[in-house]
Design a protein around this ligand. Structure first.
Ligand SMILES: Cc1ncc(COP(=O)(O)O)c(C=O)c1O
Length: 405
């Protein structure tokens, strides 16, 4: 999820109750900055999208286990051109979306003139309830656009089989879950398309940035064009380019615009930082997973929800959700976190129930009232930063503090 850039605060002390705990720390390291500096020291380097972007895309595809990656300037841009490509390929209709997600997942659906159909969460994964997804499929469904929330795997075999059987395309938003897996395979390699974000607060950062990944060559060509003004010359396919040139002989082949699209390209500098970051992503993720297990193991399960589905999870945030609705307890928790300068975001991903946001209330009125499970997280849940520099003793101290509130 995105939040304002967290402050650079002091390292919390292990012995005392924790203090000064930002949402994220040291996510862009000296070695990444040095890689950028080395790159800039070249004579007359190309800075706009070029070979470094292509190299990062190739390395990201290999890491994820997909054929194609398109690097863009943010996860939101990845969402936007993903939905534009779905619209181009399958036409308009309904897209099944979560109530708990980031704003751009819903905005991209609306911006491409689809109708969003909302689904409540599964408390164990914070992702969509699979049975409700399947129940909401109609003849107008063009795709299921799920979000893997804060590193938890939102896939299950039932959902995958039902979508396969009904030929409904799956789109995975993995912006918050780099490296998480389902049945040992990385999330983002299951969907027809998948999106990642490299905003500072996520598992790895390119300052700003995102990717769209796919095994579908036709969609890949389309996405390359959507990234760059809808320009046909952005395609890697000579056949596709020849087809357009033959069909539109009055046009300069360099300036054929297939779609009314966008410019959401990134730059070589961002790609250089991404390549440097990717080298240590897995190692850092392993520590984050150890941290999450420590957090959930030490929280009081009578007060806090600790039954999250941990298998395959890869989390950069500690999810803190009350077991029961309790306004007074929640108020004390917020107070304690503030007193200890422990940054947190109420509602978890994207602030909780998206349907409560003004942009959806204007369109859908009080539809938000029908999703009780996301509302529980909205009012009695938050996340706290989880990064590799945290020590076990600090996490245990945080749990002691929370258990004693
Ligand atoms: C689930 C999800 N999708 C999309 C985005 C958008 O990514 P970006 O901030 O890179 O635009 C975010 C942002 O944090 C997110 O959490």
């Amino acid at each position: 999820m995105r939040s304002e850039k967290p402050g650079t605060l002091e390292q919390p002390s292990a012995a005392a109750a924790p203090r000064n705990w930002p949402l994220m720390k040291n996510n862009i390291a000296r070695e990444d900055l040095d890689a950028a500096i080395r790159f800039l020291q070249q004579n007359d380097p190309i800075l706009t999208q070029s070979s470094e972007v292509a190299a990062f895309e190739k390395e990201w595809s290999e890491w994820l286990g997909v054929k194609h990656t398109v690097f863009v300037n943010s996860g939101s841009s990845a969402n936007l051109i993903t939905l534009a490509a779905i619209r181009e390929k399958f036409g308009g209709g309904e897209i099944i979306v979560p109530t708990l997600t980031w704003v751009s997942d819903i905005a991209s659906v609306l911006q491409n003139n689809f109708t969003p159909v909302f689904v409540d969460i599964n408390p164990r994964t914070l992702g969509m309830d699979s049975r409700e997804v399947v129940r909401k499929i109609t003849k107008n469904t063009r795709a299921v656009f799920l979000t893997h929330i804060l590193g938890y795997n939102a896939l299950d075999d039932y959902l995958l089989q039902e979508l396969e059987r009904r030929k409904i395309p799956l789109i995975e938003d993995v912006c918050e879950s780099h490296g998480a897996t389902h049945q040992g395979r990385k999330l983002g390699s299951f969907g027809l398309l998948s999106n990642f974000s490299f905003y500072y607060a996520h598992h790895m950062s390119t300052i700003e940035g995102g990717t769209v990944c796919t095994n579908d060559s036709e969609l890949y060509e389309m996405l390359r064009m959507f990234r760059s003004h809808g320009m046909v010359r952005e395609s890697r396919s000579d056949t596709l380019k020849a087809r357009y040139t033959a069909k539109w002989p009055d046009l300069n082949p360099d300036f054929i615009f297939a779609f009314p699209a966008y410019n959401v390209r990134s730059t070589e500098i961002n790609a250089v930082i991404g390549r440097s970051q990717l080298k240590r992503l897995d190692q850092r993720n392993a520590i984050r997973t150890r941290n999450l297990n420590c957090f959930l193991d030490h929280l009081d399960p009578a007060r806090f929800y600790t039954d999250f589905e941990r298998a395959g999870s890869c989390n950069y945030a500690f999810t803190l959700v009350l077991r029961q609705a309790d306004d007074a307890l929640w108020k004390r928790i917020e107070q304690t976190l503030r007193e200890h300068k422990i940054e947190f975001r109420r509602g978890t991903s994207g602030g909780g129930n998206q349907l409560r946001q003004p942009f959806l209330r204007k369109r859908l009125g009080d539809e938000f009232k029908h999703y009780p499970r996301v509302d529980h997280v909205h009012f009695y849940g938050c996340y706290i930063g989880n990064y590799p520099e945290l020590e076990t003793a600090q996490i245990e101290g945080l749990c002691r503090l929370l258990n004693a509130v």
